[in-house]
Design a protein around this ligand. Structure first.
Ligand code: M6R
Length: 593
């Protein structure tokens, strides 16, 4: 999704904005741009399609002068990937510039209105109406910049994070409505960005913004926040971020994905180190509820599905795992005593936020399980549990997926009245995860990746909670290697998918003590049709052509067994020459429907 960073302060803006753009690259993008105001109060703008580094090599962003500016990485929604559609966008009179993440849903109507007033447009984007509307309010209706911006924000429909800069006053104004925007507060310097890592090397003091919050950065280095919907001043606390820039840097690793896979030794422990009172509070909410939904998208949904098996088995508790994007089908079942647990790494996935809003409108209680502090999901929820996994920069969920499973596992144990046992089990996991993520394991999996890099299809089988693991494994492989991978519940194989198995067809099989008897007979069905079997589990079997040992961990198997496949997916990407951190067409947080 688009990434935003704006800066004003005592230092030159261009190097800070360029660095910020590099740190926002993980969000996924196809073009980028930087605009500054120089000492003559002129805009200086460079933008183009491509990677930040490529554009910088071509245009040299560091030439841009001035101590204030805006920068943007664009992930195309309205209009193709072209230079003219790249942000920042400038108003007709050349005085107002804007950057935007989100969608202005009523832009066609606004654009027609502006055209009838004599405005012209040079892009196909929804964004370009915004600086022009501001110009309209200033030039045609006599407002000052701030009030013109407030009027403009009020007329926009849809989700947005927007930042505008005015050449005359040098004022920067940014607002948030449904898309992420955070304020960084340094000594004589301020930042507005989609995410904290964009400015974390400059300040750790942040203000989490809520929908409606409008930050005004005055050129004399002070800020204020008002709500654009009411015009009233808003007070928000400055909070200090506990992690530092090293957490958002690759360190000794070639890619963030590998770093984040390796970090799971710690992040699983951090996710389990929850405040007992918070877990007890959520446990009580689950017990009191009549009907509980676990909702999420992508990997987060797989964590929900895995947990639904665990809640049933461990705590004899029925819970509905539903894709957030399909949740509207269940609206009629939502009552005031329904509990919705939203699982989302970013806390900004639009499908999840839509589902949360629906649930709130129906009077339901909402709990969010989130990694990003201050994110929209936490703002809408009645209570939240944080994953404490630190920033996940690679587009692929790895450490946050196992952190979600860890928190959900802890909740299931707590619901079963076995909180201490759950904590103990999770502690023992340290050793297992350490061994699975060790270099020796990575080397072993590399041999498998070499073989699989030549295939077109990979199938994955699991049963019970390991069916959810199979879905997650298939997602990991296809997202980053672009090899078609598909998961089936073991028992479903004979109902159709077995027709796909031929000589040498690779099939990954997740095995656990619980499911062994049945899944092995499914594996035999594959083997007898010439399939190449890759077993993951506690015991090697003769039927396996390749085996990855993961010690039996009972209820915690889903947390451990996915890790070898995360490594496999990473290695496939590297062998095939793909960037594991930025797979094609994908964005870290999906803020469009
Ligand atoms: O931020 P969220 O957890 O809500 O994101 C949900 C999905 O977009 C995300 O899990 C996606 O499937 C990842 N690419 C998985 O690697």
């Amino acid at each position: 999704m688009c990434g935003i960073i704006a800066y004003t302060g005592d230092e030159r803006a261009a190097p800070i904005l360029l660095e910020g753009l590099k740190r926002l690259e993980y969000r996924g993008y196809d073009s980028a741009g930087i605009l500054t105001i120089d000492e003559n109060s002129e805009f200086e703008l460079k933008k183009d399609v491509g990677k930040v580094l490529e554009i910088d090599q071509k245009l040299n962003f560091l030439d841009l002068e001035g101590d204030s500016g805006l920068a943007h990485t664009r992930w195309a929604t309205h209009g193709g990937v072209t230079r003219s559609n790249a942000h920042p966008h400038i108003s007709n009179n050349g005085k107002i510039a804007a950057i935007h993440n989100g969608i202005v849903e009523n832009y066609k109507e606004l654009r027609s209105k502006l055209i009838s007033e004599g405005f012209t447009f040079c892009s196909e984007t929804d964004t370009e109406v915004v600086p022009n509307l501001v110009e309209y309010w200033i030039e045609k209706r006599g407002l000052d910049f701030l009030h013109a911006v407030l009027n403009t924000f009020q007329s926009l429909e849809g989700n947005f994070a927007l930042v505008l800069i005015d050449r005359d006053s040098k004022m920067i104004v940014g607002a948030k409505n449904g898309s992420p925007l955070v304020l960084g507060v340094g000594k004589n310097k301020f930042f507005l960005a989609s995410d904290i890592p964009a400015f974390l090397d400059r300040t750790k003091d942040v203000v989490y913004l809520y929908d409606g919050d409008t930050v005004i950065l005055h050129p004399e280095r002070r800020y204020e926040i008002i709500d654009y919907r009411t015009g009233k001043v808003v007070q928000r606390p400055i909070q200090s971020v506990s992690w530092d820039i090293e957490h958002a840097a690759k360190g000794e690793f070639d890619h963030f994905m590998l770093k984040e896979i390796s970090e799971q030794v710690e992040t699983i422990q951090k996710a389990s180190a929850q405040d007992r009172e918070v877990i007890e509070d959520i446990t009580q909410r689950i017990r009191r509820a009549r009907g509980v939904f676990l909702i999420g998208c992508g990997s987060s949904f797989h964590a929900c599905l895995s947990a639904s098996y665990l809640f049933s088995k461990l705590a004899s508790f029925h819970i509905n795992a539903v894709l957030a994007s399909e949740f509207s089908a269940y609206e009629d079942f939502l009552k005031e005593d329904t509990l919705v647990i939203a699982v989302t790494q970013s806390g900004e996935t639009i499908d999840v936020l839509d589902a949360i809003k629906t649930a709130k409108q129906k009077g339901c209680q909402v709990v969010s399980i989130v990694n990003v502090m201050g994110s929209s999901a936490t703002q809408f929820a009645d209570a939240s549990i944080f994953l404490n996994a630190g920033p996940e920069v690679s587009v692929l969920s790895t450490k946050t997926y196992t952190a979600q499973l860890t928190v959900l596992t802890l909740l299931a144990y707590s619901l079963a009245g076995k909180y201490e046992e759950g904590q103990r089990e999770l502690k023992y996991l340290w050793n297992i995860v350490y061994n699975i993520t060790a270099a020796s394991m990575r080397n072993r999996i590399k041999d498998l990746a070499d073989r699989l890099s030549k295939v077109e299809h990979i199938f994955v089988l699991g049963r019970g909670p390991l069916y959810a693991t199979a879905l997650e494994a298939a997602l990991k492989i296809k997202e980053v290697s672009y090899i078609h991978a598909e998961a089936f519940a073991g028992g479903e194989l004979k109902h159709g998918p077995i027709s796909l198995i031929g000589k040498g067809t690779p099939c990954i099989v997740f095995v656990s003590k619980d499911t062994e008897r049945h899944i092995i007979s499914n594996a035999m069905e594959v083997k007898s049709r010439g399939g190449y079997l890759i077993g993951i589990g506690p015991t090697p079997l003769d039927t396996f052509d390749f085996f990855i040992k993961v010690p039996e961990s009972d209820e915690l198997n889903p947390i451990c067994q996915i890790i070898p496949i995360q490594i496999l997916a990473y290695q496939l990407a590297v062998i095939l020459g793909h960037d594991p951190d930025r797979p094609r067409n994908l964005a870290k947080s999906v803020t469009v429907r």
